[in-house]
Each structure stands twice: as structure tokens, then as C-alpha cells.
Design a protein around this ligand. Structure first.
Ligand SMILES: Cc1cc2nc3c(=O)[nH]c(=O)nc-3n(C[C@H](O)[C@H](O)[C@H](O)COP(=O)(O)OP(=O)(O)OC[C@H]3O[C@@H](n4cnc5c(N)ncnc54)[C@H](O)[C@@H]3O)c2cc1C
Length: 479
């Protein structure tokens, strides 16, 4: 049966049986049309609002399959979507009628403990990386949910529990293997295609399909000090003031965040938090766990604790601690984020008031403490430009019923708009839902002065914008 797919010109094209059969003979992996068994089994996305409805899926087993997939898309003028972990909030790996390059089968991780390097395939999630690296007491700074893809998170920056001590995930990227828009396989490193490596450190999926990432490793765990204390949301303003005063003098070993959520009536949790809106203060100390528990202790005394999960914990358990809140293809999600220049009393009162008025129990209002190693890297040293702000506010709208989409999206947008008075320039693109403004507004706000160089590197490696289902950078050749 032939297939109709969208072309980069915005029209439709028909892929005949013969054309698809030829592709099947060329690659060594499944090529799935919507009626094929296995089509429904491809890795689901996180955001149920953007499930995606691809015309054709190539579930690649290796670099050569990716090369053949990109070449096929080019030859047939198809819109390409690339799916790593599938956690894009904006549904960037879930375009309709596209050719989906699904990297889920490519999740190998190879650790070289002597060289302190990990090679990670383009479809791995953080759980894959943590498992292999922690076998040696090593880690790549990743995100705080272990089911998030390494690829999208790293290419867009990457904030996690180690960010203040060790910086961003993209700061640990020392080399990459990339299948370019021309179907060529290139290595980007400190000696080869150095401009490409610079762009991959925060510039998103604009420059090709990354088939292998090489990361520098840090010594972490296997046990780390963890603080996780739940306070009533009614105490949010006081808790946040205490948190702000604590992080102002905390060493870089401490990475701390606050979030508001309403806990479910889970029998494994104490009744005190059942169906209770809470402000949760979380912190990790990168270093000796016993020392860390002492240093994190003030985070456990910021109000009236309803639940205190603080204890020395395996780093892997910390990394998985939030997973249960983020099942795939279940929640509708719309997120927006803004860097804050400071955390004034007015900003705290604003955050506390919005946190108390969340329209959905699983909507999070998060404050991330930044600085430390993030700010130690000059803004033009990598594509990731926004490094100086001390805080990030992330408004993570999550809900279950599609009938509530409009109201929840409107609430997130209003909170974002009202927070502008406290904001620095710049948004974090990885925490951004499908935009209500022209796409280039968010992109230029995120990349700032780095955008010109990124546009020129885009023109060199992807002049026809084959890779456009991302936070897209328009190619602009420089003479
Ligand atoms: C539950 C949840 C928790 C999160 N927690 C964090 C966090 O703690 N810290 C943080 O910084 N961010 C976090 N994020 C945001 C996350 O960084 C982004 O959503 C990121 O894009 C996810 O990457 P992915 O590979 O899973 O996404 P995908 O949806 O697969 O891809 C996202 C983008 O990257 C491109 N891409 C994917 N794979 C490749 C590849 N191999 N080569 C080239 N391009 C590729 C895609 O085409 C798309 O444009 C979280 C998101 C969710 C949903």
C-alpha cells in the first residue's frame, strides 16, 4: 500500500510500495507504515497533547540506518522528525505525516573508566547512562527524570542535580558522531569539525542526527546526600524566603530546587500529604554523603514538614525519584520558563500565589537555583548562551483531560506573562511548549548573541534546513 507524506515544500508526496520496499532492503532495521505490526510499539512520547502521526517510521539500529534514512528523506523531499527520548514538551519529535527517525533501539552506553569517558548512542535515556556509569562511581550530569532522552536534553543544554558543581550536560560533550543533512557521517570534536561541536553544545537538533555522544565523566556517588522535604503550600512564601537565603551562601556542591505539586493519595505515602498541595524543597550535595547531609540540613527546617524523605541515597535512586510523576503519553503538557535576575520578596510572593492557584494538581511551579559551574563557562564558549541568571522559573502545566487544554495553557501563559517583571532576558528552550508566538522569538531570546554564529554553522551543515522539527535556526550563510 502506498503512503502519503508531507514534503518540505509543504505539499504531499506518495511513496509507492516499490520505493518503500527498496528502503527496507537497504536498511537493517524495521521500516514501519501505519498498518504494519509494530507501528504502535514505537517509543511513545511524553506529551499526550502531541502524540504525532508519522507517515513512516524507521527504527534505526545503528549509524548506517540513520544515514540511509536521512538520504531517503532527502531524495523524496520528506519532512523529517528525529526522536531520541521523545520528551520534547513542544512535540518536536512528533510531527504529523512526517518520516520519523526513531532512535529508541540505539541506546548503548560504553564507559571507559580510565579515560573518564562515556560513549552514548543517540536514542539512550538517562537511566541507560546512569546505570552504566554508576557501575564505576562515575556520572554525566543529566536531567532529574531518568526516562528523559540524553539527546534532546544535551543538545538543548541540560540541567540536573549536579548542575552547580559540574555544569550542564552539554558542557560535558567532548565529541559526537553526526549524520548530516547530506547523509555524510562526521565526527565533531576539539580537533575535527570544531564549529559543529560548539553548535551541538546547546544549539539543539539543528545540525544533523547525533548517533553517538562522547561525554566527560565526573566522580559521583554511588551514594549522595539528598534532601527532599514537603511543606504545606500555604507556607510557600516563607519556605521560599528561607530557601533563597540558604542558597545565597551554599557551596557549589549544593544544587537545590523547589517545586509545588499536589500529592496523590498513595498508600505508600503518609496520609499527611494525601491530596495535599505541597511545596517540595529538594537538594543534592556532590561530595561526601555524610558531610552533605549536614550541609543540606537547613533545607529540612524551612517550615512545618509534612514529609521528609531526606537521607543518603544511591545516586541512581535520586535520578529516578521523580519518574513516577511523568508517565509517557498520559499527561497533556504545556510548559514555559524564564530566567530570573534575582529572587526578590515580590518575586517570591508572586511565585507563592501562583503556586497556590494551580489549575491542575500535577502542574508544577519550579524554581531552580543556577550559578556555580554553569556561570563559570563564558556565554560564547558554547552555543548555550544563558549562563548568568541565578534562578530559573519553570511553569510546568500538566493535566489529564484534553477538554481542559485551553484553560491550562491560558494559565501557564498568564503566569509566564506576569513573571516578566522579575525576569532576565532568555528562556530555556528545553522547557518550552508549542509556542504562542513566532518560533524565532523564543529561539533568538535563548541564543542571544550566539544566534549569528549558529545560523552560519546551520548554513554550512544543513543549508536546506532538512532538520527543521526542532527549535529551528534559520540557515544564514556568511560570506
Ligand atoms: C518529564 C520531563 C522531565 C524533564 N526534566 C528535565 C531536566 O531535569 N533537565 C532538563 O534540562 N530538561 C528536562 N526536560 C526537558 C528535556 O530536556 C527536553 O524535553 C528534551 O528535548 C528531551 O529530549 P528527548 O531526547 O527526550 O526528546 P525528543 O522529543 O526525542 O527530542 C527533542 C528534540 O531533540 C531532537 N533530537 C532528539 N534526538 C536527537 C538526536 N539523536 N540527534 C539530533 N537531534 C535529536 C528532536 O528532533 C527534537 O527536536 C524534561 C522533560 C520532561 C518531559
Amino acid at each position: 500500500m502506498s503512503i502519503t507524506a508531507t514534503t518540505v515544500q509543504g505539499g504531499l508526496t506518495t511513496l509507492t510500495d516499490e520505493v518503500i520496499e527498496e528502503l527496507r532492503e537497504r536498511v537493517h532495521c524495521p521500516v514501519l507504515a501505519p498498518d504494519d505490526p509494530g507501528f504502535d510499539g514505537i517509543r511513545e512520547v511524553f506529551n499526550a497533547m502531541h502524540p504525532g502521526d508519522p507517515a513512516l517510521v524507521i527504527s534505526c539500529f545503528g549509524t548506517a540506518d540513520v544515514r540511509d534514512a536521512v538520504t531517503f528523506a532527502r531524495d523524496n523531499g520528506l519532512v523529517v522528525s528525529v526522536r531520541g527520548g521523545g520528551h520534547s514538551i513542544a512535540g518536536l519529535s512528533a510531527s504529523d505525516s512526517c518520516m520519523l527517525i526513531d532512535l529508541a533501539p540505539m541506546h548503548a552506553v560504553q564507559v571507559d573508566p580510565a579515560a573518564r569517558l562515556a560513549r552514548v548512542q543517540g536514542g539512550a535515556v538517562w537511566a541507560d547512562v546512569d546505570r552504566e556509569t554508576q557501575a564505576y562511581g562515575l556520572a554525566v550530569p543529566g536531567g532529574v527524570v531518568s526516562d528523559t532522552g540524553v539527546a534532546g536534553l544535551t543538545l538543548g543544554g541540560g540541567y540536573g542535580w549536579l548542575r552547580r558543581k559540574y555544569g550542564l550536560s552539554c558542557d560535558h560533550l567532548v565529541a559526537a558522531e553526526v549524520v548530516g543533512a547530506d547523509g555524510q557521517v562526521r565526527v565533531a570534536s576539539s580537533t575535527e569539525n570544531t564549529d559543529l561541536l560548539w553548535a551541538l553544545r546547546g544549539g539543539g537538533g539543528n545540525f544533523g542526527v547525533v548517533t553517538w555522544f562522547t561525554f566527560a565523566l565526573e566522580e559521583v556517588g554511588p551514594t549522595v546526600a539528598f534532601a527532599g522535604t514537603f511543606y504545606p503550600v500555604e507556607e510557600a512564601a516563607d519556605v521560599l524566603r528561607g530557601w533563597r537565603n540558604y542558597v545565597a551562601v551554599a557551596p557549589d556542591e549544593v544544587t537545590a530546587s523547589c517545586l509545588t505539586i499536589t500529592m496523590p493519595a498513595d498508600p505508600e505515602l503518609p496520609p499527611a500529604v494525601h491530596n495535599r498541595a505541597c511545596i517540595v524543597v529538594g537538594g543534592v550535595y556532590s561530595g561526601d554523603a555524610a558531610t552533605g547531609m549536614d550541609i543540606l540540613a537547613p533545607l529540612r527546617e524551612l517550615g512545618t514538614p509534612l514529609l521528609d524523605m531526606s537521607q543518603p541515597m544511591p545516586y541512581i535512586a535520586v535520578q529516578q525519584g521523580f519518574d513516577a510523576f511523568f508517565p509517557r503519553n498520559t499527561l497533556q503538557a504545556y510548559w514555559k520558563s524564564r530566567y530570573l535576575s534575582s529572587l526578590s520578596d515580590e518575586a517570591i510572593d508572586f511565585v507563592a500565589a501562583r503556586a497556590a492557584a494551580r489549575p491542575s494538581p500535577v502542574t508544577l511551579v519550579n524554581l531552580f537555583h543556577m550559578g556555580g559551574a554553569i556561570a563559570a563557562v563564558p556565554p560564547d564558549a558554547t552555543a548555550f548562551a544563558q549562563r548568568s541568571s541565578p534562578f530559573l522559573l519553570s511553569i510546568d502545566g500538566n493535566w489529564t483531560d484534553p477538554a481542559d487544554n485551553e484553560a491550562n495553557i491560558a494559565w501557564v501563559r498568564e503566569t509566564f506573562r506576569l513573571s516578566a517583571q522579575f525576569g532576565d532576558d532568555g528562556v530555556y528552550l528545553n522547557f518550552t511548549g508549542r509556542s504562542d508566538e513566532p518560533a524565532d522569538v523564543a529561539v533568538s531570546s535563548a541564543f542571544g548573541a550566539n544566534l549569528r554564529r549558529l545560523a552560519s554553522i546551520k548554513a554550512k551543515y544543513d543549508p536546506d534546513n532538512v532538520f527543521r522539527s526542532n527549535n529551528n535556526i534559520t540557515p544564514v550563510a556568511t560570506s
